[in-house]
Design a protein around this ligand. Structure first.
Ligand code: C2E
Ligand code: CA
Ligand code: CA
Length: 611
């Protein structure tokens, strides 16, 4: 701000003095310098003038008759309108005390009379510049304050936005971790979260054995069938209904989790005793007896439950869950829709089974399998017609193991495929060798049992052909035994497969006939040569009531389909007579011979017995 500006804008000065000459001189000189000057001869006038139109500056004489300058100054300072007007005192005394008083009442400067007008102007200018600077500072401060307020507001907005984003982020984070620990379909805790709770329960029990807990392992007995036949949407509905049902049967403090597919687990905590756990299992099973209402249908889905009680022998959740799983399987094998409590013996059996599985794999490599051959006798000639090849496991420690002990595991593990192939190869090779060595063996056939896994292999027919070629055996000397379930399993596809097999002149036989659920109306579609009447029906042929309808019916059925009937498990001569009378063409059983090893078969062939 320059002086011109100052003069034009801030040029309003009030001069107060009781001496007219002083007033005149000051007024004239200042007017000349460009100031607008008003005058007052005493304090009262000064106050009135100042209040009416506040000047930029007041020159105030100290010594006045009615009210001195100090008093006027004090009054001006009292009023808000005039408080900020700079006051320069005019005084005749150059007294230190007066100066102090002048400043203490609010004066900004002090001029002693007699004065030089130049000094007065300089002092006035100083004050006006100062005042302007102060005004500017005030203005800047206000601006600054406004800006600060603005920035604060902006910052607050940004902070709000940030907080919002943080909250959203936390929400997403929460959702993600919820998703990572819960099953999407049922919303139940998943395996990870369940294991976490289980670990805590185990640790708590280690510290305090009064804290009792148990785990229920629940598997739906019919879920797969429902899912496959009604579709996944219904399967999903069922799983959700089940998860609700499980929750209803438990207390709030229990954890119901979905481990996978149709497997659920429940962690029961703070039990009073272990009966609490079995009571809950019973309650669950009772609920599972009732139909479950889904959107469009009612379904029944029984469950098998394995129970494990928490104990200090468990060091981690994996061990405990493994045992719960074992117990569940036990419940399942005991006949579904029930619960089983885990015990040590179960574990030993499982270990034994998995040991068996390992051994079984090695057995193939080590060629520990051998074939036994059970004679099949023609009921027309009562002489040897052929053999059924039956596999045995020559275990290095346990001795000869029957197929009943290892077939199920071989099926489950898929080992049946290489094993079955070996049996086929071995049986064909053996019969060919006998046919070549013994003329009386030329017309004998060999029956080989097949498993469903084997015939489901896409290259099964090729393999059969290769085996016949490699061993040199005529296809007509080979008879394959299939079960009813194997036939019904694949419908049309099976007919095609069997037709291809038949093209190699191989004969086909249905084993254990009568025990399966084959639809009899379907039977004539299959190119089958013989029905092998199951042992259990042959058993029914007893001396006393020799009228056994089922065997008769099967024989009649076979004949009407253009097939032959043969019997297995024949143990008495009475059974032979009866079967012969019914028109059964051949028989096999302990009555003739047990399954025999190679040497025994060879001496039998040589002897060529007539029974
Ligand atoms: P299967 O095909 O029904 O075989 C007949 C079973 O009945 C044989 O048991 C045989 O020893 C037994 N048996 C024979 N005559 C009598 C009798 O008069 N009375 C009684 N009580 N039993 C008799 P094994 O050898 O223990 O075979 C059991 C089952 O194992 C077989 O039943 C068959 O299903 C399966 N199997 C055996 N070898 C093989 C094979 O190489 N491959 C396949 N896939 N399964 C096989
Ligand atoms: Ca058989
Ligand atoms: Ca059989």
């Amino acid at each position: 701000m320059n002086h011109n500006q100052l003069n034009s804008s801030l040029n309003n000065i009030l001069v107060v003095d009781d001496i007219a000459d002083n007033l005149r001189v000051l007024s004239a000189s200042l007017t000349e310098k460009g100031y607008q000057v008003r005058c007052a001869k005493n304090g009262t006038m000064a106050l009135i003038t100042a209040k009416k139109n506040p000047p930029q500056l007041i020159l105030l004489d100290i010594k006045m008759p009615d009210m001195d300058g100090y008093q006027v100054c004090a009054k001006l300072k009292e009023d808000e309108l005039t408080r900020d007007i700079p006051i320069i005192f005019l005084s005749a005394f150059d007294d230190v005390l007066d100066k102090v008083k002048a400043f203490s009442v609010g004066g900004v400067d002090y001029i002693t009379k007699p004065f030089q007008i130049e000094e007065v102007v300089v002092r006035i200018q100083h004050q006006l510049i100062l005042q302007a600077a102060q005004a500017e500072i005030v203005e800047l401060n206000t601006q600054l304050e406004q800006k600060v307020q603005q920035r604060t507001a902006q910052l607050e907005a940004v902070i709000d936005q940030l907080n919002l984003e943080i909250a959203q982020h936390q929400q997403t984070q929460k959702q993600l971790s919820h998703q990572a620990l819960h099953d999407a379909l049922t919303g139940l805790p998943n395996r990870t979260l369940f294991m976490e709770y289980l670990t805590k329960a185990i640790q708590r029990h280690q510290r305090n054995q009064d804290y009792l807990f148990a785990v229920l392992f629940i598997d739906l007995d019919r879920f797969k069938i429902i899912n496959d036949s009604w579709g996944h949407a219904v399967g999903d509905q069922l799983l959700m209904a089940i998860s609700r049902l499980l929750r209803e049967c438990c207390r709030d403090l229990d954890t119901v989790a979905r481990l996978s597919g149709d497997e659920f687990t429940i962690l029961l905590e703070d039990l009073h005793n272990f009966q609490d756990a079995t009571a809950i299992a019973e309650r669950l099973l009772a609920k599972f007896m009732l139909p479950i209402h889904l959107q469009e249908r009612k379904v029944f889905s029984a469950a098998s439950i394995g129970i494990v009680f928490g104990s200090t022998t468990y060091h981690n959740g994996i061990e405990l869950l493994r045992d719960a799983d074992i117990a569940m399987y036990r419940a399942k094998t005991l006949g579904k829709g029930r619960y089983a409590i885990f015990d040590r013996e179960m574990y030993a059996q499982t270990i034994h089974l998995s040991q068996l599985e390992t051994d079984l794999r090695l057995a193939l490599e080590r060629q520990e399998f051998i074939l036994y051959y059970q004679p099949i006798v023609s009921l027309e000639t009562l002489s040897l017609a052929g053999f059924e090849a039956l596999v045995r496991w020559q275990h290095p420690q346990m001795g000869l193991i029957s197929p009943e002990k290892f077939m199920a595991i071989a099926e489950d593990t898929g080992l049946i495929i290489p094993l079955g192939e070996w049996v086929l190869q071995e049986a064909c090779q053996q019969l060919y060798a006998w046919q070549s060595t013994f003329p009386s063996a030329a017309s004998l056939h060999i029956s080989v049992n097949l498993s469903s896994k084997q015939i489901k292999q896409f290259d099964f027919v090729d393999k059969l052909g290769q085996i016949l070629t490699a061993t040199g055996l005529n296809g007509a000397s080979l008879r394959l035994e299939l079960t009813e379930t194997m036939l019904m399993d694949q419908g049309e596809k099976t007919i095609e497969l069997l037709t291809q097999i038949k093209q190699q002149k191989i004969q086909l036989s249905i084993d254990d006939f009568g025990t399966g659920y084959s639809s009899l109306s379907y039977l004539h579609h299959f190119p089958i040569n013989t029905l092998k009447i199951d042992r259990s029906f042959v058993n029914l042929i007893k001396e006393e009531e020799s009228n056994c309808e089922i065997v008769k019916t099967i024989v009649t059925l076979a004949h009407s389909l253009g097939m032959k009937a043969i019997a297995e498990g024949v143990e008495t001569s009475h059974q032979i007579t009866h079967l012969t009378n019914l028109g059964c063409s051949a028989a096999q059983g302990y009555f003739f011979a047990k399954p025999l090893n190679r040497q025994l078969v060879e001496s039998l062939i040589v002897n060529n017995p007539q029974w």
